[in-house]
Design a protein around this ligand. Structure first.
Ligand code: NAD
Length: 536
């Protein structure tokens, strides 16, 4: 990939429509509600399949120039957008709160996280997308200069869930843009407003028209899958399965970031205060609506009582409510009523089967909010331990030892992430290698999420592929192209071209065996000569 470094604006030509200017004539409208108050905070169109197809056609017009300006040209635009994000943090947080009822602190994290991620990929894309010059594997291949080039898929479709309406799109849209792809984003119909702000900001910076947002529910998402060249999906395992099938049908690549049921293992040698604080945060952040939130806890028997007491105290101390612009609470509401119903069902089923609620266990009295909940006397027959809850519950189990903790941690269809709490870091790292999950944090939660150099991907039903991981974060949006260029002056014919000749073949086979075989076979000319056959 060459980097021609044009000035910002070089690829922006025609005046463009902003998402805000989209007309609502025709398509049905979706009402967006604040889940904490029930108030309608916006309406967005339910875009039709035809509208999605038209948007993708438009992106295809602009993408070649976006690819042509190279990572340096794109970096200039991406950093301009990063400036916009930073300058608009306060307003973006307010929009985000309006559609999620997140605490103010949580809402302010999203734009900051987004700016950090964009900076990482904007600055490093040139290095990550640089041509590879692999060394030839055999003497025969040495006559060519070998190059692997990374060329973007023209249009990447990004489909996102409702739990982080600003950060979640950014996590995939901007690496794809840095790769040189154009991007069509379909945010969740529950929380589309923050994503529309992103598109508005992109337009305000005057950047090329290579990023667009379409709003709507599943049918609009399916239309994105039906038109884009690569699909990056984040959401439930059930929807991920449908998307994978649709991608296979079109023979297009995809990457799926799906659900989780992340275990935390607390060993007897752990700093129990840190473990309790970390697990309370890891289970309750964003009301537990985090794909990598702690959803089950295994504690070694000798420290079980002490740990449970500390965790319960931490969870009880959380302040729940609606923040507005003042930061007064740690926990807000759930995204919608169906989410609240899942949490209530998991708690009710556990209690009916003999579990005890140590704190929480019921609706919090405003909007969709559910109280931060600690459950004990639970086991692997209960939905609160086996199904993804995606809510503020922490079921805690006592285990005999490390081996039982690992066995139970791995007893899940999911494998997104996990945490191990121990006073012995090397022991933690050793245990991590026995856990079937895409990420394991020792004495911490979410640490991998803030390290873009690491891959973030799920095992099992938690996903296919991964986002980020340094160079992979942009290379995944590229097709690899192999280019060979002769090094030596070329003859009229290559060795293998017609007409066939046994001496030429034996020469080639001899070179291949000398380079690739082992022992006597490398140089056994007699065996080669026997291949000649006949009397030639
Ligand atoms: P969801 O699967 O219901 O919806 C996700 C997105 O897919 C939405 O935009 C939706 O409109 C769209 N969609 C629905 N049907 C579709 C179809 N047939 N074709 C194309 N698009 C379609 O998920 P959700 O309820 O919005 O989000 C919660 C889930 O997301 C949880 O399971 C959570 O674990 C998961 N999640 C995973 C990660 C991760 O990185 N692994 C991150 C956040 C959330």
């Amino acid at each position: 990939m060459t980097d021609t470094d044009p000035a910002p604006g070089a690829a922006a030509k025609t005046p463009r429509k902003t998402p805000a200017a989209k007309t609502c004539d025709g398509p049905a409208l979706i009402e967006v509600r604040n889940p904490g108050t029930g108030a309608v905070v916006g309406t967005v169109p339910e875009e039709t399949a035809d509208a999605v197809a038209a948007e993708v056609r438009e992106l295809r017009v602009h993408q070649p120039e976006w690819e042509a300006i190279g990572p340096g040209g794109r970096k200039a635009w991406l950093l301009q957008f990063q400036d916009w994000l930073i300058d608009n943090t306060d307003r973006l947080a307010t929009v985000l709160q309006s559609e999620t009822a997140k605490p103010r602190v949580d809402a302010l994290i999203d734009p900051g996280f987004a700016a950090d991620l964009i900076g990482y990929y904007a600055r490093r894309a040139a290095k990550f997308l640089a041509d590879d010059r692999p060394s030839p594997h055999s003497p025969l291949a040495r006559v060519k200069r070998l190059t692997t080039v990374y060329r973007p898929y023209p249009v990447v479709g990004v489909i996102t869930p409702w739990n982080f309406p600003l950060a979640m799109p950014v996590m995939d849209v901007f690496p794809a843009l840095a790769a040189g792809a154009a991007v069509i984003l379909k945010p969740s119909e529950v929380t589309p407003l923050s994503a529309l702000e992103l598109a508005k900001g992109w337009a305000e910076t005057g950047a090329p028209e290579v990023f667009t947002v379409v709003t709507g529910a599943g049918a609009t998402g399916a239309a994105v899958v039906g038109n884009a060249d690569y699909i990056q999906f984040t959401g439930s395992t059930a929807t991920g399965r449908k998307i994978a099938a649709a991608c296979v049908d079109r023979m297009i690549p995809y990457s799926l970031e799906l659900g989780g049921k992340d275990p935390a293992i607390v060993l007897a040698d752990a700093d129990l205060d840190r473990a309790a604080h970390g697990i309370a945060f890891g289970g309750m952040f964003n009301s537990g609506q985090v794909c990598i939130s702690v959803e089950r806890v295994y504690v070694e028997a000798p420290v079980y009582d002490e740990f449970v007491a500390k965790l319960t105290a931490d969870v009880k101390a959380l302040r729940q409510g609606l923040d507005g612009r003042d930061a007064k609470h740690e926990v807000g509401a759930l995204a919608n009523e169906s989410q609240a119903a899942i949490v209530q069902r998991h708690v009710d089923e556990a209690v009916a089967a003999g579990a005890k609620v140590l704190t929480g266990g019921r609706r919090a009295g405003f909007g969709t909010a559910f109280e931060p909940t600690v459950l004990v006397d639970v086991d692997h027959t209960m939905s609160c331990v086996t199904e993804e809850t995606f809510g503020p519950t922490l079921p805690v189990m006592k285990v005999a030892d490390e081996a039982e903790a690992i066995r139970l941690a791995n007893d899940s269809v999911y494998g997104l992430s996990a945490s191990v709490w121990t006073g012995d870091r090397e022991r933690g790292a050793r245990i991590a290698r026995q856990i079937n999950a895409g990420a394991v944090n020792i004495n911490d939660v979410f640490a991998n999420l803030f390290s873009f150099a690491l891959p973030m991907g799920g095992w099992g039903l938690s996903g296919v592929g991964a986002r980020w991981g340094g160079a992979n974060g942009v290379r995944k949006y590229c097709r690899q192209q192999a280019i060979t260029v002769p090094i030596l002056p070329t003859q009229h014919k290559e060795l293998f071209w017609y007409p066939y000749s046994m001496p030429k073949l034996l020469f080639a086979l001899g070179a291949m065996r000398a380079a690739g075989a082992r022992g006597l076979r490398r140089l056994d000319l007699r065996a080669l000569w026997k291949l000649k056959g006949g009397d030639t």
